[in-house]
Design a protein. Sequence first.
Length: 83
Amino acid sequence: MLTWVEGTSEDIPVTGYKLYSDLGFPGNSYLIYDGSGITQVLEYFDTGLEPGVKYTYTLEVLNFNGASVKSPETSRSACEVPQ
């Protein structure tokens, strides 16, 4: 599960979030969650991940003027449940 803190803006309210992933293909960026107009959701559960693959994520905060600069990348690797 990915979580983030509420975005802030001095003059214009935040209107949502967009989450991107490389889907395990380094150097690429795909929109995996479009939270335009949804300010109360601050988490995303990424499903269907392959064990041992490294996934990289970035986030944009949205307001009336558009999207922020993407956040710094964060990476996670999926693992299997022990048998």
